[in-house]
Each structure stands twice: as structure tokens, then as C-alpha cells.
Ligand binder design. Structure first.
Ligand code: GZL
Length: 328
């Protein structure tokens, strides 16, 4: 039965038909979940973990939106381990869920399990981070443009530093799309300004604890004495680094200028306190986007292969006014 759902979904996407009859499968039976058939939509979601404030907000958005829409959500937290995500996706296939959605912790290693989902006729939606697989293995990918986020951070820092700075970079989870793309975008932005030099780069795995640990060690090294700017791939690592700077007797946001990405509430509070200088928002509230796409897909509507979630940038001059508006 599932194969028919997948084939009918793919067929509709391929021919671009819209408004296919709700709840009908290839046999014409009303076995897919719709208000008419009364069957609850069952969605299996494999989440990366709970590594950052961003991820916490992302999980809350997905859980609350599923509840609001009466969707039976099977939620699995992988604790940032790919093998746990693969196990969860295999379990969703065995359970015969209607749809699988996941946020791939890293870009590679997904093709075999996504082929199993396709063979089982279960459509897959990608949320947040891109997997490096053939596009026919997922229906659509919903997430931010991480290269653009890195470029926005780099362009802001070039201006702030007047074109000259020795820069430390705290990178996200090794092999993840945001780490790869934010590194690429930042380097795109500073490439034309030779005075902007990345003299240190190391992963903080998107966590506060690791960001603090890496910065503590850096500040004890000769290179640490040269650093005038920090580019962190997320706010949590920046906030950990800020703690390390203060414990080393430095004034973060003054002795070392700091730009990061995510736009979580704690980053705005740090900007108001003068400890962080700029954050590039990366919207984690993907629940509504995800379940809109799933519901359209189940109705046979055509979906774009890529939905880019727009992001803004905020610096210290805007932080106090924007803080009350922050939803995460
Ligand atoms: C970005 C997301 C990243 C955030 C981090 O879309 O995948 O993962 O920037 C989170 O805070 O851990």
C-alpha cells in the first residue's frame, strides 16, 4: 500500500498535477490519512539532538505544530549520532509511518536508508540541514541558506574591523551542512580583503561547553594573544567562548569582536550587555513549514524541491529594541 502512496505522490510531483483527490491511493481506496478517512497522519521525525538553544526551539516548533494539527508524531532524539538517526528511520519504516522527516546531522551516509524508505513507499521530507543524496530520495528540503548566513557574517565583520583582523573561527559539527556552508560563505565574504585573516579554526560541535573549552585553550596559546575577532557558527559556541574570555580577564565584544549565527534570545541578551556584537538569524521555527509541506504532499499538490527559510541579521545597535520580539 505504501508503495502506491509514494508512487502516486511522485507521479503528482512529476506531472505537476495539483489538487489530487484527498485520501485516494492508486487502488482508489481511502486508506491514506485524511479528514474523510478519519485516519490520523503518522509522521516519524528523526531529530539531531538537543545540542543548542536553536535545536530546543526547533524541536518545540515541530512538536507543538504536530499537536496543533492532530498529527501522530513519532519523535526520536539521536543525541547528535548519525547511527541513531539511521536506526530511527529504519524503525519508522518498520512501523509503516505515512511520512518520514529528518534533520541530517551530517551530509553523507544517508543513501542506503533513504533507498529503504523509497522501497517501502514512504515519502521523506528533509528539515533544516541538507543530506548529500540524489534528489529523488526526498520530496523536498526545507531550511535556511547557510552559505548566505556565512556571507552576511563575513561582510559585517569586514566593515566592523575596517578590513583588518586576525580571526578565530569556531566551526559547527564536522561534516554538517551548516558547518561546511557557513565556513564557505564567510570565506567568500572576506576573500577580497587580505587584511582579514583566519588564523585559527576548530570545531566546537555547536555546543556552549565545547565552545568554551576550545576558546580557553586558544587564549592560553601564542595565537590567542593575536586574536581580534571571533566568528562562531552558532550563538551557543559564541556564548561559551564569551565565558572563557571573561574568565581570562578579557572584555568580549570589545577586546575581541564577536559575530555568530542563530539569533537565539541569549545572543540578544549578550548583545545588550555589550559582550556579543552581531548575530545572523537562522529561523528554527520550521514546524509550520514542515507540516504545510506534508499536508500539501498528501493532497497531491506539487512541492518545490527546495524551500529556503529567510534570515535577517542583528547587531548591538538593534538588540535592545528587537529582544522583546524574539520568539526563541
Ligand atoms: C542550523 C542548525 C544548526 C544551528 C545550531 O539550521 O542545523 O544546528 O545553527 C544547531 O545551533 O545546533
Amino acid at each position: 500500500m505504501k508503495r502506491c502512496v509514494w508512487l502516486s505522490v511522485l507521479a503528482m510531483i512529476a506531472v505537476g498535477c495539483s489538487g489530487g483527490e484527498a485520501g485516494k491511493t492508486a487502488e482508489g481506496g481511502g486508506t491514506t490519512p485524511t479528514p474523510e478517512t478519519g485516519k490520523k497522519l503518522v509522521v516519524g521525525f528523526s531529530q539531531i539532538g538537543a545540542e543548542s538553544d536553536w535545536r530546543t526551539a526547533n524541536t518545540e516548533s515541530i512538536r507543538s505544530e504536530a499537536e496543533k494539527r492532530g498529527i501522530d508524531l513519532k519523535f526520536a532524539d539521536a543525541q547528535q549520532k548519525q547511527e541513531n538517526q539511521i536506526k530511527a528511520i529504519k524503525s519508522f519504516i518498520a512501523q509503516g509511518v505515512d511520512v518520514i522527516a529528518f534533520a541530517p546531522v551530517v551530509e553523507t551516509g544517508w543513501e542506503p536508508v533513504l533507498r529503504e524508505a523509497k522501497e517501502a513507499g514512504i515519502p521523506v521530507i528533509v528539515s533544516d540541514r541538507r543530506p548529500d543524496v540524489p534528489e529523488d530520495l526526498y520530496v523536498t528540503f526545507i531550511g535556511s541558506d547557510f552559505v548566505k548566513e556565512g556571507e552576511m557574517a563575513g561582510e559585517w565583520l569586514v566593515k566592523k574591523m575596517g578590513g583588518t583582523a586576525k580571526i578565530a573561527e569556531l566551526t559547527g559539527t564536522t561534516g554538517s551542512a551548516p558547518a561546511n556552508d557557513r565556513a564557505k560563505g564567510f570565506r567568500n565574504a572576506i576573500a577580497a580583503t587580505p587584511g582579514m585573516e583566519i588564523v585559527f579554526t576548530q570545531t566546537g560541535d555547536f555546543t556552549r561547553a565545547k565552545g568554551k573549552e576550545v576558546m580557553e585553550a586558544l587564549l592560553k596559546s601564542p595565537t590567542g594573544k593575536e586574536i581580534k575577532a571571533l566568528y562562531a557558527h552558532n550563538d551557543d559556541m559564541a556564548l561559551g567562548a564569551i565565558q572563557a574570555m571573561e574568565e581570562a580577564g578579557l572584555k568580549p565584544g570589545e577586546d575581541i569582536i564577536i559575530v555568530s549565527i542563530d539569533g537565539v534570545k541569549a545572543a540578544f541578551e549578550a548583545m545588550v550587555a555589550g559582550k556579543l556584537n552581531c548575530t545572523v538569524e537562522c529561523n528554527p521555527l520550521l514546524g509550520p513549514f514542515l507540516f504545510d509541506a506534508i499536508e500539501k504532499m498528501m493532497k497531491g499538490e506539487m512541492l518545490p524541491k527546495r524551500t529556503v527559510v529567510e534570515d535577517k541579521m542583528y547587531d548591538q545597535t538593534q538588540a535592545a529594541a528587537e529582544l522583546p520580539n524574539r520568539k526563541y
